[in-house]
Design a protein around this ligand. Structure first.
Ligand SMILES: N[C@H](CCC[C@H](N)C(=O)O)C(=O)O
Length: 249
């Protein structure tokens, strides 16, 4: 029997539990994340003890693939860790992308992401200029004012060509950002993607299109607060513990 929690972070949803040791939980991730036959989620997060950090995590996408980082998942699991007494309100945990610091204040959680890396600024696909940026996982970013029409087929093609998540972003007149993301490992558009919002924000800051502190709105319409301070992207927003249950695996 597994004690599990279902979390939602800006529309990106996760199944979360904690265990004594690491294991290959790819098949369990597929079962739990299945929206018809399981609980349904974009990803599975498992917290395990770590000798020098508050904990370590395993992150699985809905298709069972592992990913080194998940921005919204890092906020959800920080809330879970604090709620279940596994970590203080300010914590540091180990992910595949490195150590992530997070701070929990009620249902508002901020994660400090790993330093962004611009992998390629010269990509042209379908007549648009894309940057490939790593914010813990790889993201293709383009700006397009016509964000209502997200070409899912193009996104799917580019996801496979570059093995990256694919984001289309638009700058609002008030200097805030809207971002839509086709997510690797979910293999569809999700209602939010934290590292995708962070990568889109980072490109917009580099191109001086937005300030170093602004709001970002994913498809869900929830509000995320992004900041860029001394090379670190801060990422803050609400998370919701939706329910807890036992799962007979
Ligand atoms: N699908 C991503 C991992 C989850 C990222 C996303 N959920 C986030 O909030 O950053 C990948 O495989 O690269």
């Amino acid at each position: 029997m597994l004690q599990i929690a279902k979390y939602c972070a800006s529309g990106n949803d996760f199944v979360i539990f904690h265990a004594f040791e690491k294991a290959d939980r790819s098949q369990l991730a597929r079962i739990l994340c299945d929206r018809q036959n399981g609980i349904g989620a974009d990803g599975l997060i498992v917290l395990v003890p770590h000798e020098s950090h508050d904990f370590e995590w395993e992150f699985y996408n809905a298709d069972g693939s592992t990913a080194s980082m998940c921005g919204n998942g890092s906020r959800a699991c920080a809330h879970y860790a604090h709620r279940f007494g596994l970590a203080p309100s300010s914590m540091a945990f180990l992910t595949g992308a490195g150590v992530i610091k997070a701070h929990v204040e009620g249902d508002m959680v901020q994660s400090d992401l790993t330093p962004p890396v611009i992998v390629n600024q010269e990509i042209v696909e379908s007549g648009m200029k894309w940057w490939l940026i790593d914010t813990g996982v790889p993201h293709l970013i383009t700006f397009d004012a016509d964000i209502e029409h997200f070409n899912i087929d193009l996104a799917r093609t580019l996801r496979h060509r570059y093995n990256a998540n694919v984001n289309i972003a638009s700058i609002n007149l008030d200097g805030t950002l809207r971002v839509r993301t086709y997510e690797r490992g979910v293999e569809d558009e999700t209602l939010a993607c934290g590292t995708g919002m962070a990568a889109s924000f980072y490109r917009a800051v580099q191109e001086r299109l937005v300030d170093e502190n602004t709001k970002v709105f994913p498809k869900s319409g929830e509000t995320l607060y992004l900041g860029f301070e001394e090379g670190v992207i801060t990422f803050k927003g609400e998370v919701k513990g939706v329910f807890e249950t036992t799962w007979r695996n």
